[in-house]
Design a binder for this molecule. Structure first.
Ligand code: FES
Length: 144
C-alpha cells in the first residue's frame, strides 16, 4: 500500500480522494484503511503543495540543540510565509514535523525526499537559494 500511495503522489502531486479510492479498490482494502494510512505518514499529503516541501523537525532532539524554533523562524522570514503555508509562486511549502529519525545529527529537515542534517541558518539559506535557482533554470529551459 505504501508503494502505491507513493507512486500516486508522485504522479499527481498529492493524494486525491479519487486516487485513494482507486488504491483501495486495486488492493481490495477498505477505503478507511487506505485513508488512515495516508494521513498517518508525514510523507503523504492530501492537499496540493509547493514544488519543494520543506519539513523542519520540531522533535525533542532538534529542539534541544536549539535548531527547531530557530530554523522555522528563519524560514518563515526568508520565504515570507508561516509554517503550513505555500509561497505565492508555488515554489515552497513550509511544514513542521515530529522527528525525522535523524536525532543524532539534529537539527534536521527534509526537502521532498532529501534529508538535511546538522543544519545551521547559513546552510538553510544556501539550500533555499539553490532550490530557487534550480527552479528558475528549469523554467528558463522550458521557455526556450
Ligand atoms: S527529533 Fe529531530 S530528527 Fe529526531
Amino acid at each position: 500500500m505504501l508503494t502505491a500511495l507513493y507512486i500516486a503522489q508522485e504522479q499527481e502531486g498529492c493524494l486525491t480522494s479519487e486516487a485513494l479510492k482507486r488504491i483501495a479498490e486495486r488492493l481490495r482494502l477498505p477505503e478507511s484503511e487506505v485513508f488512515s494510512t495516508a494521513s498517518f505518514y508525514t510523507l503523504f499529503r492530501t492537499e496540493p503543495v509547493g514544488r519543494y516541501v520543506i519539513q523542519v523537525c520540531k522533535g525533542l532532539s532538534c529542539y534541544l540543540v536549539g535548531g527547531a524554533e530557530r530554523l522555522v523562524d528563519y524560514l518563515e522570514r526568508k520565504l515570507e510565509i508561516k509554517a503550513g503555508e505555500t509561497t505565492p509562486d508555488g515554489l515552497f511549502t513550509l511544514e513542521t514535523v515530529q522527528c525525522l529519525a535523524s536525532c543524532g545529527t539534529a537539527p534536521a529537515m527534509r526537502v521532498n525526499d532529501e534529508l538535511y542534517e546538522n543544519l545551521t541558518t547559513e546552510k538553510v539559506d544556501m539550500l533555499v537559494d539553490q532550490l530557487r535557482e534550480r527552479a528558475e533554470r528549469w523554467a528558463a529551459l522550458n521557455q526556450s
